[in-house]
Design a protein around this ligand. Structure first.
Ligand code: PNW
Length: 472
């Protein structure tokens, strides 16, 4: 383990990540307006056990304790998100909520006080409900403009101290799970809306970056980018068909969002296969999008086999009825030998290095930050101790593959563990534990799992200057 730490450069950024709706709670406290996740949770049968983010980890009231947990671990960076409707209850800049401003100011200052660099995500899925109602959410181009206004406000309020901005978290999930399968807010099912929503999300990202670069960059001197999620897709066999299927699957997953930013338009295979359900960018929009990310934010969790689909598109696991699997003509599967996490996601560490290399090759070796990686296990606490060996193994193996990719020339600059603590796992409610800290949701008590201690030692060892044998 100590050896593993030494493989990383001293300035490698080790962090932990969370998001607002998953941890803050205080949903109706101090003037916060509802988001689409608040209303989604109210709908019967949407979220496991009827769970909601009303209280969650009560991070809104316990943020000092939570920053202290990170300080104890020695993490260098904390990735969190701002709740748009806590800052702007109706989504628009005429509704500024001073308590929200105070909360994020306090949180940022608390991080800085402990030498922890804030990495702020502007949008982690919690669209103000007022916008959903008024403009039809991400199906509406006006939502992109409202996002840019909100982003502008955040740069103005917090940009003196925040130097690392992430516009959107995982627009793929918003599009596919929110508008394709309907299992996430706003709960719509369609085979065309995901493409429409994705298009407006991409424009929202580009508009916000444009605001930052034109108005704030010169004085604030930060960096801004987007975080996309992608699994690895391994060809199921060596056949040319399956290799092509894996490539198509990756282009539909990551290329959908990264190609417009790095290459100027949607992947060719998407334009061919989706036809007129895929919106087109104007030349002006293409120019706005191209080079609109200073770094490549990547959330990575798992791997599946891809094969050319023969016959009908039934039985397509998580990609079920979104229309997207039909569009790809790809059959996904997992190897029965692969271990599964509590999310039923396969543990395939080598998929991580393969994906990193694929990104480096396709997009010209951009600086990459893994802004999420981690796993859910059914952790239990015994006499104050949470022995989550599986999580330590998972992280050690994935981090080892990060190091392997770096020795092949991939420009990986940081790793953020998902998550700092157990939290509201969206449609799975509180039934899935991703945390490095165990949270007792009836009392709010946090307990460092063994994985948190392990991660802390890893970080400390990577700070050791091997030549001098001294700590940084
Ligand atoms: C990410 N999928 O979500 C999110 O950024 C986090 O908020 C979340 O807690 C974490 O990963 C764990 O789930 C995803 O179905 C949700 O492919 C679903 C998928 C991928 C990522």
């Amino acid at each position: 383990m100590i050896e593993l730490g030494k493989k990383f450069p001293k300035d490698f950024i080790w962090g932990t990540a969370t998001s607002a709706y998953q941890i803050e709670g205080a949903a109706a406290v101090d003037g916060r307006g509802p988001s689409i996740w608040d209303t989604f949770c109210q709908q019967h049968g949407r979220v496991f056990n009827g769970d909601t983010g009303d209280v969650a980890c009560d991070h809104y009231h316990r943020y000092q304790e939570d920053v202290a947990l990170m300080a104890d671990m020695g993490v260098k960076a904390y990735r969190f998100s701002i709740s748009w409707s806590r800052l702007l209850p109706n989504g628009k800049t005429d509704s500024l909520n001073q308590s929200g401003v105070d909360f994020y100011n306090n949180l940022i200052d608390e991080c800085l006080k402990h030498g922890i660099t804030p990495w702020v995500t502007l949008y982690h899925w919690d669209l103000p409900d007022a916008i959903e109602v008024e403009t039809d959410g991400w199906l509406d181009r006006r939502t992109a403009d409202l996002f840019a206004d909100y982003a502008n406000l955040c740069f103005e309020l917090f940009g003196d101290r925040v130097k690392n901005w992430i516009t959107l978290n995982e627009p793929w999930v918003v599009a596919v799970l929110g508008y394709g399968q309907g299992v996430f807010a706003p709960g719509r099912q369609s085979n065309s809306e995901p493409y429409q929503a994705a298009h407006n999300l991409l424009l929202a990202h580009a508009l916000a970056v444009n605001v930052y670069r034109n108005k704030f960059l010169e004085t604030q001197k930060g960096q801004i980018g987007i975080t996309n999620n992608c699994d690895w897709r391994e060809p199921k066999t060596h056949s040319r068909e399956d290799k092509k299927a894996a490539q198509i699957a990756l282009e539909f997953f990551l290329g959908w969002f990264a190609d417009p930013i790095y290459l100027g338009d949607y992947p060719q295979c998407m334009r061919e296969r989706v036809g007129n359900r895929l919106p087109k960018f104007t030349d002006e929009e293409k120019a706005l999008l191209k080079h609109s990310s200073d770094f490549f934010g990547l959330n990575h969790y798992t791997t599946m086999y891809a094969a050319k689909q023969h016959g009908s598109s039934e039985n397509l696991s998580v990609f079920g009825n979104g229309g997207l699997s039909e569009d790809q003509g790809v059959q996904l599967s997992v190897d029965p030998e692969w271990a599964l996490t509590d999310m039923q996601w396969a543990v395939v560490p080598w998929g991580c290095s393969k994906l990193l290399k694929w990104i480096a090759e396709r997009y010209g070796n951009p600086p990459i930050y893994i802004t999420e990686n981690g796993c859910a296990y059914d952790d239990t606490i015994k006499e104050g101790r949470v022995d989550d060996e599986e999580r330590q193994n998972f992280m050690a193996l994935y981090i080892e593959e990060c190091s392997n990719a770096m020795s092949c020339g991939v420009d990986l600059r940081g790793y953020f563990a998902w998550s700092l603590m157990d939290n509201f796992e969206w449609a799975m409610g509180y039934s899935k534990r991703f945390g490095l800290h165990y949270v007792d949701f009836s009392t709010g008590q946090r307990v460092a799992k063994e994985s948190a201690k392990w991660y802390s030692r890893l970080i400390a060892s990577s700070n050791v200057n091997t030549k001098l044998g001294m700590t940084a």
